[in-house]
Design a protein around this ligand. Structure first.
Ligand code: LRH
Ligand code: MN
Length: 432
């Protein structure tokens, strides 16, 4: 395999020299400010250093919509080139060592070779993702009218086999979880028998559950609509929670932020799933209308903060069964996917560190005293604190870039990849 351009440590530290002055000054200033509230800034740097979020393999290619996809230069053409781009992201932001694969988009010829390729770049694999929402060339039965809930048992069995194959690949790669999202649903009233469809779902996903190794978890992902436009079988957290409970201790509910109707209080759903010990984790993204898969924190940063406020409250209270998997699930239609994924990883770390700034004693006191305004003010105080210097120092100490976007652009990585990866017509590596 020809040598492929990579961003190296030396280049990153050269870039950091340019940023050092402002970050040290701002860091000192913030340290003094936090000290006044009795907060040691180093505790927050430690939180930032510990924060981790997985990158979706399908997010490093340019995404599109049903109308069009406008591929950019240097699109990754296979799973190896996707991992190269994930390695570039990890090199600069240091919080994304895990990659979530999607099968068959990323089906490796040799899983062990892929695992080793990732390892040499400091990467490992997070949750596997199955795909029974598209038909593959040569596939025996179509998923046009469903997969795990299809009226025809043969179609359901084909879908179960595919999920079991994902788990088998994941076992070689070192993954420990499997996400099941199905598009099953109807476009018209009467098309789907709601109760029978859910019974078939439970029957099918139980076979997948039984194929899980003892130390694995299965993540059930709900979505209120699309591609079905009238009814979706696993449409909300309640249905997902019922199924996860019916399946057993290895089944959990995954929250994709874009899978809820506008204005739904997602942080409350998160709190419920935490309280019930069934929170799998997240597909972080943002949206204005539907499942827009926009960059996390780009539209509703306060909602993202409020979600992390619930997560940090649970973390600090050491709640049982609280081990959420953080993943991004986005579609980058008009930006360089690498820049969007880096920025999104930074936005998640920002919300996490700000949530650790919340004065929880003051918040509880305000809540117990029904002092609504002081409760909100206590949250806003943390949300409006600029923690950028903490995030930058944490990246620098972890060998990353103080300013990942500036370093990435200065590296010429995209231009080099455009030279290495001649454009391929018709090959889509992002969500289309
Ligand atoms: C469905 C979804 C799911 C993935 C797909 C790429 O909308 O969020 O998590 O399988 O996007
Ligand atoms: Mn998702």
């Amino acid at each position: 395999m020809a040598t492929h351009f990579q961003i190296d440590d030396e280049f990153v530290s050269e870039q950091n020299q340019k940023e050092k002055a402002w970050v040290d000054e701002d860091f000192e200033h913030l340290a003094r400010k936090l000290q006044r509230d009795g907060i040691n800034i180093e505790d927050l740097v430690a939180r930032a250093l510990a924060f981790r979020v997985a990158v979706p393999s399908w997010g490093v290619g340019t995404g599109g919509t049903r109308f069009a996809r406008f591929p950019g230069p240097g699109e990754p053409r296979d799973v190896y080139e996707k991992l190269e781009d994930c390695a570039a992201i990890f090199k600069l932001v240091r919080s994304t060592p895990a990659v979530s694969l999607h099968i068959p988009w990323d089906r490796p010829d040799n899983a062990a070779t892929l695992r080793d390729f990732a390892r040499t770049r400091g990467l490992h694999f997070d949750a596997m993702n199955s795909n029974t929402f598209q038909d593959q060339p040569g596939q025996k039965f179509s998923y046009k009218f469903g997969s795990l809930t299809h009226p025809d048992r043969a179609v359901r069995e084909q879908a179960v086999e595919h999920n079991v194959e994902c788990i088998e690949i994941g076992k070689v790669l070192g993954s420990k979880s499997h996400t099941v999202w199905i598009a099953d649903g109807g476009n018209f009233p009467g098309q789907i028998h709601f109760r029978r469809a859910l019974e078939r779902y439970l029957e099918s996903v139980r076979e997948i559950y039984n194929a899980l190794p003892d130390d694995w978890r299965v993540f059930l992902e709900h979505k209120f609509y699309e591609p079905a436009f009238y009814s979706t079988v696993i449409n909300d957290w309640g249905t997902s929670y019922y199924c996860a409970t019916a399946l057993g201790p290895k089944a959990f509910c995954l929250v994709d932020l874009g899978h809820h109707a506008p204005n739904v209080n997602i942080e409350m759903i998160v709190s419920r799933l935490i309280q019930f010990g069934k929170l799998a984790g997240f597909h972080f993204n943002d949206s204005k209308y539907g499942d827009d898969d926009l960059d996390a924190g780009s539209i509703k940063p306060f909602q993202l903060f409020l979600i992390f406020n619930e997560l940090v409250d649970a973390e600090l209270n050491k709640l049982p069964n609280f081990n959420p998997a953080y993943m991004l699930d986005q579609s980058h239609n008009v930006t360089d996917p690498i820049e969007s994924l880096m920025m999104s990883a930074v936005e998640l770390a920002r919300a996490y560190v700000q949530a650790h700034l919340v004065d929880r004693a003051a918040l509880s006191e305000a809540q117990e005293k029904c002092d609504a305004l002081m409760a909100l003010a206590t949250l806003k105080r943390a949300f409006t604190t600029d923690v950028a210097p903490i995030l930058a120092v944490a990246r620098e100490r972890a060998g990353g870039a103080i300013d990942p976007i500036a370093a990435y652009r200065a590296s010429g990585y995209r231009k080099r990849k455009a030279e290495e990866r001649p454009a391929q017509v018709g090959i889509a590596t992002g969500i289309v």
